[in-house]
Ligand binder design. Structure first.
Ligand code: NAI
Length: 346
């Protein structure tokens, strides 16, 4: 039976993956995979990773040296993988492109509703039998304009929910969907017209810190910003400045650019050295959740099922449908792509 090292695991991951323990022998590590922990993978046939594992050139070289050529991401985003280094080390990388767009879009709306109606504050007040309503005034979502950046799987579910609230939806995506009936506008127009902006695009080198001092300058006073995508999309220091200057009305973050060693861990007895995060958390109009938007039962089951399918394809030398490849992304003529001809990228 193939032995699989699963990194950054919690109880709920084990429960989902153990359903497949008749096919694979899983060893669960709490640690993140990085250059200090990669030795743990030695002797295994493949590794399973998550959003904050560091699949950089050093780690991929080590995996190659240990004869490990399969990396299976339990997530959709792959900004933590150096695909060029994976290609040169002959490491196949597969991801779970979709597991529940509903989970993430619904969480984005949970943040919007909580921030707008101050549910996080009202909950604490009523636990103390303080039924005063001062400062709890929200606004109707109906007829407000929401700017959606990225109209992929999650963005589209988010748009459906927004329309259910009777909101005006405007969108930006470098690859607009034809005939979707969406109002696509420029990024600048998103910034200028939106009462709420929600990010649903991947993090790339080009859009790192797309929300920065300059883009905040263009936004409406009192704008609400929601990020359930990747922390690096927002310059957190600029975000904090915008909140202090009251340019931003509210912020909901499920991701944070420096989340790697904080999120998913209990840090309640630690001194947090990240002053920007500490200040953000201290503000009454900011809600931060710990990259939990995906965390529904359905999503966990789908993640485990697709990861196991990816591994099945890899170990049986079949085409790995969800393989990510540095080379394939550059090939224009997909019919001549080595992967499509030979089932494998290398
Ligand atoms: P998707 O691949 O279906 O859609 C992404 C969309 O973004 C595409 O339409 C693409 O054209 C567009 N896009 C690419 N570059 C862009 C840019 N610079 N500006 C605007 N749009 C751009 O991906 P999906 O499934 O909708 O996921 C979106 C993101 O959500 C992922 O990349 C990931 O970072 C994040 N995510 C977060 C989770 C969480 O638990 N918080 C869980 C799953 C995904």
């Amino acid at each position: 039976m193939k032995r699989i090292a699963v990194f950054d695991t919690k109880k709920y991951d084990k429960e989902a993956f153990n359903k497949y323990s008749d096919k694979y022998e899983f060893a669960y590590f709490k640690d993140l995979l990085n250059e200090h922990t990669v030795a743990l993978a030695s002797g295994f046939d493949a590794v399973v990773c998550f959003v904050n594992d560091e699949l950089n050139a050093k780690v991929l070289n080590k995996l190659n040296e240990n004869n490990i050529h399969g990396v299976f991401l339990r997530c959709a985003g792959y900004n933590n993988v150096d695909l060029k280094a994976a290609y040169s080390n002959k490491v196949h990388v597969a991801r779970v492109p979709a597991y529940s767009p509903y989970a993430i879009a619904e969480h984005a709306f949970a943040l919007i509703l909580s921030l707008n109606r101050h549910i996080h504050k009202a909950y604490i007040r009523s636990r103390d039998f303080n039924f005063n309503l001062e400062s709890l005034t929200g606004f109707d979502l109906h007829d407000k304009t929401v700017g959606v950046i990225g109209t992929g799987k999650i963005g589209r579910v988010f748009i459906d929910i927004a329309k259910g609230f009777g909101m005006q939806v405007i969108c930006y995506d470098p690859y607009p969907i034809k005939d979707a009936g969406y109002e696509y506008v420029s990024l600048d127009e998103i910034y200028q017209r939106s009462d709420i902006i929600s990010l649903h695009c991947p993090l790339t080198q080009e859009n790192h810190h797309m929300i920065n001092h300059a883009s905040l300058e263009k936004m409406k006073k009192g704008v609400m910003i929601i990020n359930t995508s990747r922390g690096g999309l927002i310059d957190s220091k600029a975000l904090l400045d915008g909140l202090k200057e009251k340019k931003i009305g509210a912020v909901g973050l499920d991701v944070y650019e420096e989340e790697a060693n904080l999120f998913y861990h209990d840090n309640s007895f630690k001194i947090i050295n990240d002053d920007v995060l500490a200040l953000l958390i201290s503000l009454p109009n900011v809600i931060i959740t710990s990259h939990q938007a995906y965390l529904t039962k359905e999503a966990l089951d789908n993640i485990a099922m697709t990861t196991v399918k990816n591994m099945d394809e890899y170990f049986s030398d079949e085409l790995i449908m969800n393989e990510l490849c540095y080379h394939c992304e550059k090939v224009q003529d997909k019919a001549n792509c080595y992967r499509n001809k030979k089932k494998r990228c290398f």
